[in-house]
Design a binder for this molecule. Structure first.
Ligand SMILES: Nc1ncnc2c1ncn2[C@@H]1O[C@H](COP(=O)(O)OP(=O)(O)OP(=O)(O)O)[C@@H](O)[C@H]1O
Ligand SMILES: [Mg+2]
Length: 286
């Protein structure tokens, strides 16, 4: 039986001393109305090392299905490393050593034999665009083609829908043959999002997706993410605490590689158990 939002809760790291002094003993935030067994993801004492450097230190929490989980924390706190464990992107980094476990629907991702299938279930959007050197259309059609969609009319529907969801359609609909790498940085970022969406992933991981995107477009994408929640579990890392507040059902606060506290968004912003959480989320530090 998994614990609700189980945590390792210590405000360690560069901001610790004065903020944490006098803090009450930590108690994990419970989530009202959580359906038992509805967890889509579970992080169990997840640690990541790059050589001697500990990037993530025994982080444990759960993410219920069809919710948005925002991972926040200062630079180098381990947010990207945590996301990369979900679909085993860290397999590409030879120095990375992962211990503990991520469970997807109760199954350890480390035991998955077909990693490509795992990455179709868990889409990933990185902060900097990683465009394939092909047309806008082919970039988005690549994943559906690889899962066997062949008819042009079917691909057209998927490509348009994904580009609309990524708030890019209006800007590229008349030039779908353009090389994707010719788009602006912000457009390429949204193209990367469209590519992830075209896989119709059950979990969508977004690593600072709005870093190269203007605020108006960011708000439009945020609306899409809220709609996507009907069918998709979203885990995003963000340096924008207000974005976490707008979007998230639950917030996970990392500092210096450790989980300080996690819980539902209201509790985290208004009644956190650890003073460091309040200081970070309300801008006193970070
Ligand atoms: N491939 C790598 N090789 C060596 N060290 C790495 C690697 N990737 C990350 N690290 C280190 O692990 C720590 C955590 O990095 P990570 O990218 O997960 O942090 P982050 O919270 O996402 O930071 P940011 O807000 O700057 O994106 C950092 O100290 C970083 O330098
Ligand atoms: Mg990062």
């Amino acid at each position: 039986m998994m614990e609700p939002f189980s945590t390792t809760a210590e405000g360690s790291g560069p901001f610790t001393p004065s903020e944490v002094e006098g803090s009450p003993p930590f108690t994990p935030s419970a989530v009202e109305g959580r359906v038992p067994g509805a967890e889509h993801l579970e992080f169990r004492k997840l640690s990541v090392r790059f050589g001697a450097h500990l990037a993530l230190d025994e982080v444990s929490f759960t993410v219920p299905r069809h919710t948005i989980c925002a991972v926040v924390g200062p630079a180098n706190s381990g947010k990207s490393s945590l996301l990369k464990c979900i679909n085993r992107t860290l397999d590409f980094e030879p120095r990375a050593r992962v211990s503990g476990e991520v469970l997807l629907d109760g199954e350890p991702v480390s035991k998955v034999a077909d990693v490509l299938a795992l990455r179709r279930r868990v889409g990933m959007v990185f902060p900097l665009p990683v465009g394939l050197p092909m047309s806008v259309y082919d970039n988005v059609a690549w994943a559906p083609r690889s899962r066997g969609v062949k008819r042009r009319a079917d691909l057209d529907v998927i490509v348009e829908q994904a580009l609309r969801q990524a708030v890019l359609w209006d800007e590229v609909k008349d030039r779908l043959d353009l090389l994707g790498t010719r788009l602006s940085g912000g457009q390429q970022q949204r193209l990367t999002l469209a590519r992830a969406l075209s896989m119709e992933p059950e979990v969508l991981c977004l690593d600072e997706f709005s870093i190269a995107i203007d605020p108006v477009t960011t708000m439009k994408i945020e609306e899409v993410l809220l709609q996507l929640k009907a069918t998709t579990t979203v885990v995003l890392s963000t340096n924008l605490v207000q974005q976490a507040r707008r979007l998230a059902d639950q917030v996970v606060f990392l500092n210096a590689s450790r989980l300080v506290e996690c819980g539902d968004v209201e509790t985290m912003f208004h009644h956190p158990s650890v003073p460091l959480t309040s200081s970070y989320l309300h801008g006193a530090i970070g």
